[in-house]
Structures are given as C-alpha cells and as structure tokens.
Design a protein around this ligand. Sequence first.
Ligand code: ADP
Length: 175
Amino acid sequence: MTSTRARIVLVRGDITEQTVDVIVNAANSSLLGGGGVDGAIHRRGGPAILAECRELRASQYGKGLRTGQAVVTTAGRLPARHVIHTVGPVWSKTEDRSALLASCYRESLALARTLGAETIAFPAISTGIYGWPIGNGADIAITTARSHGDAPLREIRFVLFDEPAYEAFERALTT
Ligand code: ADP
C-alpha cells in the first residue's frame, strides 16, 4: 500500500519567505504580536493579519488563545494562503509541558488539513524567547509531524533560523 503521509523537509532560512499554503506562527496568547517569528510575520505580512487577530480577540477568543491551541487568519502579503497562529508553552525546568508543545504541532496540522492545505511551514515553536531546549523541541516536532501528516498534506517543512536548530532537526529526523 502506498503511504499518504506528508514528507518532512528541513530548510535553513526565514519562514516569512516560504511559498506554502500555510505558514505557522509561534504566537503568544494575546494574538496581538510579539518578537521573534511573530514579529517577522506581522512585519512582512502587513496589517491585514493583525486586523484579523483583533477580530478573533473581539469574538470567540476574548481571553486570548490557550497554550497548545491553533487559529487561522489570512496571510496578508506573505507568499502563503493562511497563517495558523499557535501558542507554544514556556519552557519549565520543574513541569513537563511536552504535551502542550506536541499539541501546537498536532492542532496546527489538523487545522491545515481542514483548510485543504498541501504544504505547511513551521518554525521551531517555543525554542526562542520561550526557552525550550532545541534538541527536545526538535524531537517533539518531528515525532508529531510523523504521525499527523495525513492527506491532503504533502509536505511539512520545518524552517530553521540558525545552524544549531537545523542540526537538531536533522538529528531528530534521522533517529
Ligand atoms: P517562541 O516564543 O515560541 O520561543 P520565537 O519566535 O522566539 O518563539 O522563536 C521560535 C524559533 O523561531 C526560534 O528557534 C527562533 O530562532 C526562530 N526564528 C526567529 N525568527 C524566525 C524567522 N523569521 N523564521 C524562522 N524561524 C525564526
């Protein structure tokens, strides 16, 4: 039987330059912008993304988006059809929040599939300002992508901003 699972691709680069159906944003619960990937997406995507985020806050997400959940907006001027915003957990030394990080990838992939997306690009969620160790973050990302890349998804692309992140994902992919 032929597999319908999406292939996993690693790219070193900037997620805002990816031509894909869906770009995933490592957002914060306010949905109103922040630093890192979030800042880059809003800068390059233009004000249409923030306008939709504000509408989401004014309607069903009055208290913000919960950690591990995902919502969709336009991609504005980005070379994508949609941006899926998901809120990663802040790294904790004392509490295991892995299930929440896995949930970000799983919920984003599920939402992308309902949108009919064939290609999706992820950053390494939580591994920047939120402090998640890159090796473990890569393992969770790859494991979750492997088990949730069903059709119509064809390609799950991880866009890694620096060499250590790229190498961590490469290790995760070959184990
Ligand atoms: P979080 O708050 O979830 O940690 P960050 O945006 O701070 O989110 O960082 C998540 C990851 O994205 C980090 O590994 C960071 O190096 C990387 N990153 C930052 N800017 C970009 C970008 N433009 N494209 C792809 N990855 C990026």
